[in-house]
Design a protein around this ligand. Structure first.
Ligand code: GA4
Length: 328
């Protein structure tokens, strides 16, 4: 145990997940089926989280990027560190964000600023040999952004608001603030035989509008249900998982829930995840849509721009309830 404490420093150990915490209730949305708009709205209200199947994105696009990510994370530590530390973009190891959060994870964070995006500040991606990594990234990010947009349009349809692109236009704009993240949770063999698990990525909500996650077939992701209990999300490498972010919670005046989630490290297997975060342009005002407000309904939040929210987020700790300071 002493050895474990030395190895993982201040990363928090959690109680082992209970066997019955494996949750079979994650809503599954079949995009090939009619009626998915209503099912999406229901999932956003109940969980702020759902799985998407029949999404039309070839498995090959995910597999190619996973292969490139594994190649990158297998490089010697000194090589990887040439693309770090993240400020906020670049390679990071154990340290998450600027305020002292840590987890059993290493990652690459990209700003999706120009489309197709550039890799300034990532030396490893500027090497000529990185052609296949760059092309896998571009291909994957375009597909994930398109999926985010389709899902956001179904949300508008399900909420019966117009135009249909009222949400999707916010992430599809030339100036949209999008982020992409590749995470690698290395196995932690020291955990074997111990009745506890290690925090890979601590609990938090995503500040943006929508997040699109895909992982390999290693378990680890957990979401908090409305009663605050944690459940483990069965992994599915062929599907995507969608999270509602804080900004969409505000735009729906609390109807859609920004889901709290976390990742636990695994004793035996590596987990690789890839997440697209769709955020609006910096100057975008984030407020409940008038069309959604019932008669006499008041906004739960004071007005703010995405730029203000982001600034506040980067001053916070990962687990903080960031919307708190914007509530009325
Ligand atoms: C959570 C969602 C995304 O991963 C992220 C994270 C960001 C970071 O890792 O740099 C933050 C975190 C996230 C919210 C609060 C701040 C910023 C770490 C942190 C402590 C890229 C994002 O946009 O916000």
């Amino acid at each position: 145990m002493v050895v474990l404490a030395n190895q993982v420093d201040q990363i928090s150990l959690l109680g082992a997940p209970k066997p019955d915490a494996y949750f079979s209730g994650i809503p599954v949305i079949n995009l090939a089926e009619t009626g998915s708009a209503d099912a999406i709205v229901k999932a956003c209200q109940e969980f702020g989280f759902f799985k998407v199947i029949n999404h039309g994105i070839p498995i090959d696009i995910m597999a190619k990027l996973e292969e490139e990510a594994v190649k990158f994370f297998s490089l010697p530590q000194v090589e990887k560190e040439k693309s770090g530390p993240p400020n906020p973009f670049g390679y990071g190891n154990k340290s998450i964000g600027p305020n002292g959060d840590v987890g059993w994870v290493e990652y690459l964070l990209f700003a999706v600023t120009s489309k197709p995006f550039s890799y300034t500040s990532m030396p490893v991606l500027q090497e000529p040999s990185a052609i296949s990594f760059r092309s896998a990234l571009n291909e994957y990010i375009s597909a994930a952004r398109k999926l985010a947009s389709e899902v956001l349009e179904l949300m508008a349809e399900g909420l019966k608001i117009e135009p249909r692109n009222v949400f999707s236009k916010l992430v599809m704009d030339e100036t949209s603030d999008e982020i992409f993240r590749l995470n690698h949770y290395p196995p932690c063999p020291l955990l074997q035989g111990l009745n506890c698990s290690l925090t890979g990525f601590g609990e938090h909500t995503d500040p943006q509008i929508i997040s699109v996650l895909r992982s390999n077939d290693t378990q680890g992701l957990e979401i908090a249900l409305r009663d605050g209990s944690w459940v483990s999300v069965p992994s599915d490498q062929e599907s995507f998982f969608i999270n509602i972010g804080d900004s969409l919670q505000v735009m729906t005046n609390g109807r859609f829930k920004s889901v709290r989630h976390r990742v636990l490290a695994n004793g035996l297997k590596s987990r690789v995840s890839m997440i697209y975060f769709g955020g609006p342009p910096q100057t975008q005002r984030i407020a409940p849509l008038t069309q959604l407000m019932g008669e006499g309904e008041q906004s739960l939040y004071r007005e703010f721009t995405w730029e203000e929210y982001k600034k506040a987020a980067y001053k916070s700790r990962l687990a903080d309830y960031r919307l708190g300071q914007f509530e009325k």
